[in-house]
Design a protein around this ligand. Structure first.
Ligand code: MG
Length: 297
């Protein structure tokens, strides 16, 4: 299932993507048959595996005419970042062999982690806001894990059961600030520096999370083109190792690092983002997360 959050006719809701152009408004559909479902996608994820069963049951029992009533054209809806308020956004640095190689860094023997505040979240198609004093704005395509179940010291073989699904995240970075500071928080924490979406693909539909292609295009030019198989630590090892540090909670977002092809490592010259650029992060079995770069007002 691909879950989306959207706004349509002044109302925010969530649903399931049923085709390229159409979504099914899940709470509206439930209302048609007097079934009660959580009011938000965050709440649905917190309900756990039970929620997926309830939705499957709902879709089984409704008639086509009810489905039609609850179907919305994407032309009449604006997609929103799939999560409204994740408890935390944890990010990995230096987790792709090809990205480590392009900057002549050493392969770390453990997770390199940092965090972004949730005020960095931007919706699909919304601008990435570049403050005028940021001169070296860069993109990073990342597969983001959406945690589904609370856990601490999660065993490797249990890790999959703690993952609700996956989305695309652009770990936007101000390189001038990131490299000047001794750590990365300031350079990666500006508002809108974590566009997310366009959907959450559930764990049962993603395929093998260690074998997905991941790409970035800037103004249609292919910049990043890799596979999640190039990760140093795969998604299950990440869940395992991260949970040895902190309790993972439903709706936590874990951005799993970026492959090679980032702007600062481009040859012969770095290629930073400029006002008006359109950045597309695309991951197999999820979709395209598109944002443009705009100036601050
Ligand atoms: Mg990153």
């Amino acid at each position: 299932v691909k879950f989306v959050r959207f706004r349509s006719a002044e109302r925010e809701s969530y649903g399931i993507q049923i085709s390229q152009d159409h979504i099914l408004d899940v709470p509206a559909l439930a209302q048609e048959v007097k079934q009660i479902l959580p009011p938000s996608l965050d709440d649905l994820i917190r309900l756990g595996e039970k929620s997926l069963a309830e939705i499957a049951h709902l879709i089984d029992k409704v008639h086509e005419k009810d489905k039609n009533i609850a179907t919305i054209s994407l032309r009449n809806a604006k997609l929103l970042a799939p999560l409204i308020s994740p408890p935390k956004i944890v990010c990995l640095g230096l987790n792709y062999h090809d990205h480590i190689a392009e900057q002549n860094a050493a392969v770390p023997d453990d997770l390199v982690i940092f965090m972004k505040p949730r005020t960095t979240i931007a919706d699909p198609n919304d601008p990435i806001v570049k403050p005028a004093f940021v001169k070296k704005l860069d993109y990073e395509a990342e597969l983001a894990i959406i945690v589904g179940k609370k856990g601490k010291d999660i065993k490797l073989e249990e890790a999959k059961h703690h993952i609700f699904g996956y989305t695309c995240l652009n770990d936007v970075s101000a390189r001038d600030i990131q490299f000047k500071d001794k750590q990365w928080t300031r350079g990666k924490s500006f508002d809108t520096f974590a566009p997310m979406g366009p959907c959450i693909t559930t764990t049962d539909q993603i395929g093998d999370p260690s074998n997905l292609w991941i790409r970035t295009r800037v103004n249609s030019e292919l910049r990043q083109n890799s596979r999640t198989g190039n990760m140093v630590f795969n998604v299950y090892q990440i869940v395992r190792k991260l949970s040895q540090v902190m309790t993972l909670e439903p709706c936590d977002v874990i951005a799993t690092g970026t492959p090679s092809g980032v702007g600062f490592a481009a040859k012969p010259e770095p290629k930073f983002l400029e006002l008006g650029d359109v950045v597309e992060v695309e991951i197999e079995n999820i979709g395209i997360l598109r944002n443009c770069v705009a100036g601050a007002n």
